[in-house]
Design a protein around this ligand. Structure first.
Ligand code: GDP
Length: 137
């Protein structure tokens, strides 16, 4: 059993497709172990994406992630990390496979609907960034 972190980004929250995206996870056999809607501060977003701090798109990424509320979710299940990455589709929605979340709900590489942890180590760190142990059931 694995756990991974998903973020439904401000574009998808604004489009009112949170339920549709959570349904993709549940329909694929993943369980929601924790979830909450929050508004990130600039400090939160900069810390969360610190690995990208030197990339040219860092400021755009941070500005976008604080432009509205997000829904952060701990997903749990067999191969949860890889399964979530498959459900998300490619970073650039124009390259995302048909039927993936990004193909169906995202507009651009900036506003690409969802984040998902890309390794088990990052998943553990990202989950503890957002949730205390007693919030995860
Ligand atoms: P992910 O794991 O598929 O989300 O992709 P990455 O970890 O490589 O990048 C993190 C996030 O940065 C992506 O989801 C995009 O929102 C954003 N991003 C990545 N590459 C670019 C880019 O070339 N331009 C812009 N504007 N944003 C990017």
């Amino acid at each position: 059993m694995e756990q991974t972190l998903s973020i439904i980004k401000p574009d998808a929250v604004a489009k009112n497709v949170v339920g549709k995206i959570l349904d993709r996870f549940e329909s694929a056999g993943l369980r929601i172990a924790a979830t909450k809607k929050i508004k990130l501060s600039r400090e939160d977003a900069e810390a969360f994406y610190a690995v990208h701090a030197q990339r040219p798109f860092f400021k755009d990424l941070v500005d976008f992630m604080i432009s509205g509320p997000v829904v952060v979710t701990v997903l749990e299940g067999k191969d949860a990390m890889a399964k979530n990455r498959d459900l998300m589709g490619a970073t650039n929605p124009k390259e995302a496979a048909p039927g993936t979340i990004r193909a169906d709900f995202a507009e651009s590489i900036d506003a690409n609907a969802v984040h998902g942890s890309d390794s088990l180590e990052n998943a553990a760190n990202e989950i503890s960034f957002f949730f205390s142990q007693r919030e995860i059931c």
